[in-house]
Design a protein around this ligand. Structure first.
Ligand code: ZN
Length: 63
């Protein structure tokens, strides 16, 4: 079992909705601290979220 870097609470796997610049990405796999609510994402998920954020930025500017 992993523990939180902030508070040493238990970390549980959950699927959550992540908001990026006003866009909701649903059903994102994350690990959440049960105590403080800190969200941890694995590398591929974090990269995906960054890509979405970048795409949204572009759409805002050029769309
Ligand atoms: Zn915590």
């Amino acid at each position: 079992m992993k523990t939180c870097y902030n508070c040493k609470g238990n970390i549980v796997k959950k699927r959550i909705n992540v908001e990026i610049n006003g866009i909701i990405v649903q059903d994102v796999e994350a690990e959440i601290c049960e105590r403080c609510g800190e969200e941890y994402f694995n590398t591929s998920v974090a990269t995906f979220i960054q890509n979405v954020a970048r795409f949204v930025e572009k759409e805002r500017v050029f769309g």
